[in-house]
Design a protein around this ligand. Structure first.
Ligand SMILES: [Zn+2]
Ligand SMILES: [Zn+2]
Length: 340
């Protein structure tokens, strides 16, 4: 606590200065801003950074400086769906205004999928994509592949492949996998099975290296392991909190951690094995296959078929998917062309 002392005839002494207990006030704003920038770019949750802002008036004022907001990392912007409010929206908008690429993507996804403001959402994601934000490029690719926010005829496969290419080039595993399937199937690009298979193996190899890298840190965070973005968690929570947030007849992506909902009926593709789950992408299908669908994917007809097979010796194949125009082709024991 600052205490002023007066000598017998002398000047006023600042006790704080003499005891070095309040050096913070003597720090120039530039230095405080550098520290805050470092904090906002490394904090592991929004609350970490907010608690710093609540410390004192000075930090509160400098904490919302555009220089600091621009540096906020994706974990620092990872607001929970249950905590969504006008203030959270305003904070993200401030970060967008400051030019934060993660904020462009996070708010873009929330606007596009949760608040159904498709135009503004896609526009913000595009701003992130222009700044080489790999998840934004991949998300825009999925929007193009699925014709999200529009009709089936609004699909632009070539644009989807182009966006996927850019995201894959930046190392986004799901984009590499999607591109591999596109090449294998000749979907939006000239068919090249060999190159497609190479990319699929590359995606698997990258995931494996991530697992080994994070295993050293004893991390079991699946999101981090497979590079899911915090905004996917927001989406999953948002639609998980209330079924009313999803229009009747629309379904969520079958991979629970994805959180993407359909924007029109039958937008997502079905698993061709069981025809019961729908996925926004091949990447989500591959993740879900590993997490749980591998043991769940058993077409009823096949079970019935086996039962009949025992009696009559007939063979009944699984049912093909009936998605928009491209079904998810996954067979028991096989993911991305690799036996597992
Ligand atoms: Zn998905
Ligand atoms: Zn299935």
């Amino acid at each position: 606590m600052r205490k002023k002392l007066r000598g017998d005839n002398g000047p006023v002494f600042d006790h704080a200065t003499t005891t070095n207990t309040d050096l913070f006030d003597t720090l120039p704003d530039d230095i405080v801003l550098i520290v805050l920038c470092k904090l906002s770019s490394t904090s592991s949750s929004p609350s970490d950074f907010i608690s710093v802002l609540l410390t004192c008036k000075r930090l509160n004022k400098l904490g919302v400086n555009p220089l600091v907001l621009k540096k906020s990392c994706k974990k620092s912007l990872a607001v929970r769906a249950k905590n969504w409010c006008d203030e959270a929206h305003r904070y993200l908008k401030l970060c967008v205004k400051a030019g934060n690429t993660e904020a462009y993507y996070t708010l873009g996804m929330i606007l596009f999928y949760c608040l159904q403001n498709r135009g503004s959402g896609a526009s913000l994601m595009a701003k992130a994509a222009i700044r080489s934000h790999a998840p934004a490029l991949y998300s825009l690719a999925l929007i193009q592949f699925n014709g999200s926010g529009g009709m089936k005829n609004d699909k632009d496969l070539r644009a989807g492949v182009a966006l996927c290419c850019r995201s894959a080039y930046l190392g986004h595993v799901d984009a590499i996998r999607e591109l591999g399937h596109c090449l294998q199937d000749g979907y939006g690009v000239r068919k090249n099975v060999t190159e497609g298979r190479r990319l699929l193996m590359q995606a698997n190899a990258r995931e494996l290296s991530n697992i080994f890298r994070l295993k050293d840190r004893h991390s079991l965070d699946y999101f981090e392991l497979f590079e899911s973005h915090p905004v996917n968690k927001f989406l999953a929570e948002w639609f998980g909190l209330s079924v009313n947030r999803l229009d009747e007849g629309l379904r969520m992506c079958g991979y629970k951690e994805c959180g993407r909902p359909e924007t029109r009926m039958n937008e997502f593709r079905k698993c061709s094995g069981c025809g019961k789950v729908n996925y926004c992408s091949r990447g989500c299908q591959a993740h879900d296959w590993r997490v749980c669908h591998k043991v769940e994917c058993a077409p009823m007809e096949e079970w019935v078929g086996h039962a009949i097979d025992d009696v009559e010796g007939d063979e009944i194949n699984g049912v093909d998917g009936v998605g928009d125009d491209r079904t998810v082709e996954i067979r028991d024991g096989e993911v991305d062309g690799m036996q597992i």
